[in-house]
Design a protein around this ligand. Sequence first.
Ligand SMILES: Nc1ncnc2c1ncn2[C@@H]1O[C@H](COP(=O)(O)OP(=O)(O)O)[C@@H](O)[C@H]1O
Ligand SMILES: O=c1ccn([C@@H]2O[C@H](COP(=O)(O)O)[C@@H](O)[C@H]2O)c(=O)[nH]1
Length: 252
Amino acid sequence: MTSPAWGVLPKLNTLDKVPRPFLIGVAGGTASGKSTVCSKIMEQLGQNFLLENNSMVTIISQDSFYRDLTQEEHKRALKGLYNFDHPDAFDADLMLTTLKDLIAGKRVELPAYDYVLHKRSPSSCTIINSSDVVLFEGILVFYFPEIRDLFNMRLFVDTDPDIRLSRRVLKDIEERGRELDQILNQYVQLVKPAFEEFCLPTKKYADVIIPRGADNVVAIDLIVQHIQELMRPSKTSRRSRNNSDSIVERPH
Ligand SMILES: Nc1ncnc2c1ncn2[C@@H]1O[C@H](COP(=O)(O)OP(=O)(O)O)[C@@H](O)[C@H]1O
Ligand SMILES: O=c1ccn([C@@H]2O[C@H](COP(=O)(O)O)[C@@H](O)[C@H]2O)c(=O)[nH]1
């Protein structure tokens, strides 16, 4: 293979290595099962790949990057009238810097997000050290082009909207102490329209679409196998990649 192949490998330092961390974006509507799919991938990589290579897998939620609200926005949030599903609700600059820091091998601090108070809780910060695989999940992880371009693999969790709504209602009542009428009002007025306008159109950027989310064991197994194959050291040739569209054989 001659020079044109090199053009598809801009992020690799050497052709002997896939990018570390290997950054995987996981998008999908609210309650589609993004976190559950990430946990399954992590679990399976942990069982096979992690033990073999002493590597680390980390999950980061886009919810850690909700921006701080003004007093007026906070009042609206408490009534279910603030649009947390709009791209403007996120601190995209901080998201980009954090991901770039992780790619550069730096340690980053992520505040946990408090859905009851509608703010980050600095007291329960997670420190993320450089990992071998980072799964970054959220409703709009493919929305911002600069962030989208950082991913080495893009997954979209595609779950039936009725199932998502029923899960969302349960989650909001059980974990977030919200009232049914407010949940449904927020869903119909804000969550659903924003999903259709901002999240669903990003499905086209996915390398793999996962119908039925975590129920889809075949898709998850295939994704895990693919990651393992990419990250396995090889004596003869290594397949190096920037994204799924540009897998190339290493030139001999
Ligand atoms: N395949 C599934 N079957 C049953 N319940 C599920 C499944 N996937 C997710 N859930 C449940 O639905 C809720 C939302 O799932 P979660 O993974 O948190 O979604 P997301 O991260 O997309 O918001 C959680 O309570 C989770 O346990
Ligand atoms: O304070 C908040 C912050 C976010 N939300 C809702 O959360 C979802 C995104 O999280 P998922 O885990 O993907 O469900 C989004 O639809 C927001 O509406 C919230 O209700 N309150």
